[in-house]
Ligand binder design. Structure first.
Ligand code: G6P
Length: 454
């Protein structure tokens, strides 16, 4: 008997380099890798490239088990069912989800392939830890193949209210899939409650908000908000090279100007458009002088082949152009926009340099950017403007919370953020820093693994 951990996630924790592989940065990876290295383990996932499935190999002490996806499965399983059906549906249907049987069948087939690969990787006594909305059928499939192992599932995105889930023609199958786990974990209490209601409604299940029974299955529900590697961010931020970069950026952007920062994957759930409109309102109506403040938006490319994503990119870039056209002068640009990703050092320098961080999703499972900003502050200053519809708002109560559906309200709060009395700024930031420091990602991973083991 061993107690290895087999992680099953859509993506492997690796990316290809010219001469091999490197571990990708990212919250889940940095949290889980140390546990797998300590206890031994495997990671089942996709390389991100069509038809790319090298034989299992060991990297950094972890067995990597690539799962093959053909180009048509990328279209139907990944871009289609995962990201144009489930993703919008679970984010309050803020874009219309599409329902197609020719996407559903590949979703089932690909989930089965992940389950088979996991079943093969699991040794007696190991536990399986399945991640996210792309793989909701894997728990029940894996249980059939390997009734001897403990199975946990963690949903990184919100779980929707029953009224919204009801639209999904395959709601029963999805719920039965998830009920194959011993533990189903959510980011927030709301997700856990929504799931409980859905199982009662659509599977005739019964139980409490912590234990559910449906048919043969008895499943534990937990909420476990994911977090970040506090130490990693704090120490990178304190490094001399980041310090030098912050000073250089400040010189470039103007030492006296306040900087409002946004950093997101370019996704319509993130409310990048909302905050740009709010910034425009701030400049128009609040007489905030464009030369005293600048908005820096980093938009990381994501799922560009999905129509709603490219439409959002056009909208965001149109807004940037309009705001700069309306409020810019030769010597200053109100919105600096960057479409691309940043190296960790550069990202942390941006977090450190910003006066106000603006996180305004219309719906978000957690939002780690908010936590990364807090961890990267060199001291107790800096203001976080945070949507109440981000999971992070449940923990970061001392942020300036906003309703992203109320653009005027966001503008008002932005003004307040730029003029917050220093003592209030410090006490808010101090409390948030304490919260994130105590509840880092390692604590999250430990809590999840312990729950699965029980
Ligand atoms: C969100 C999801 C993850 C996903 C990530 C990047 O955080 O919860 O499951 O991996 O976005 O998206 P991508 O589609 O590029 O994997």
């Amino acid at each position: 008997m061993t107690d290895r951990i087999v992680v099953v996630a859509n993506r492997l924790p690796l990316r290809r380099t010219e001469d091999g592989w490197e571990t990708s940065p990212g919250g889940l990876v940095s949290a889980v890798v140390p546990f797998l290295q300590e206890r031994g383990g495997s990671w089942v996932g996709w390389t991100g490239v069509p038809d790319d499935a090298p034989a299992p190999f060991v990297h950094d002490g972890i067995e990597q088990r690539p799962v093959r996806l053909s180009q048509s499965e990328i279209d139907d399983f990944y871009l289609g069912f995962s990201n144009a059906t489930i993703w919008p549906l679970y984010h309050d249907a803020i874009r219309s989800p599409e329902f197609h049987r020719h996407w559903w069948h590949p979703y089932v087939a690909v989930n089965r392939r992940f389950a088979e690969q996991a079943a093969d990787a699991l040794q007696p006594g190991d536990l399986a830890w399945i991640h996210d909305y792309q793989l909701q059928l894997v728990p029940a499939m894996l249980r059939q193949m390997r009734p001897d192992v403990r199975i946990g599932f963690f949903l990184h995105i919100p779980f929707p209210p029953v009224e919204i889930l009801a639209r999904l023609p395959w709601r029963r199958e999805i719920l039965e899939g998830l009920m194959g786990a011993d533990v189903v974990a959510f980011q927030t209490r709301l997700g856990r409650h929504n799931f409980g209601r859905a199982v009662r409604r659509f599977l005739g299940g019964e139980g409490t908000t912590r234990w559910l029974r449906a048919g043969e299955r008895s499943v534990r529900l937990i909420s476990a908000p994911i977090s970040i590697d506090w130490e990693g961010y704090a120490s990178l931020s304190a490094s001399p090279s980041v310090g030098a970069r912050v000073a250089a950026l400040r010189q470039e952007l103007g030492v006296d100007r306040k900087v409002v920062l946004g950093v997101d994957r370019l996704d319509y759930t993130k409310g990048i458009d909302v905050r740009l409109r709010a910034y425009d309102t701030l400049l128009r109506r609040y007489r905030e002088r464009a030369e005293d403040v600048l908005f820096l938006q980093v938009a990381v490319p994501s799922r560009e082949e999905v129509g709603d994503y490219s439409a959002m990119r056009d909208e965001v870039e149109g807004l940037v152009g309009r705001i700069n056209g309306a409020h810019g002068e030769l010597h200053h640009v109100p919105v600096h926009y960057r479409y691309g990703s940043l190296e960790p050092e550069e990202l942390v320098a941006y977090y450190r340099m910003a006066d106000v961080m603006c996180v305004t999703p219309l719906r978000d499972g957690m939002n780690l950017v908010a936590k990364e900003f807090v961890a990267s502050r060199p001291s107790d200053n800096g203001v976080l403007v945070l949507s109440e519809f981000a999971g992070a708002a449940q923990e970061l109560r001392q942020a300036l919370l906003v309703n992203p559906y109320d653009v005027d309200g966001v503008a008002e709060v932005l003004w307040r953020a730029l003029h917050l009395p220093p003592a209030e700024e410090r006490s808010r930031m101090r409390a948030m820093r304490r919260q994130v420091q105590r509840h880092d990602v390692f604590r999250w991973a430990r809590a999840c693994i312990e729950a699965i083991q029980q």
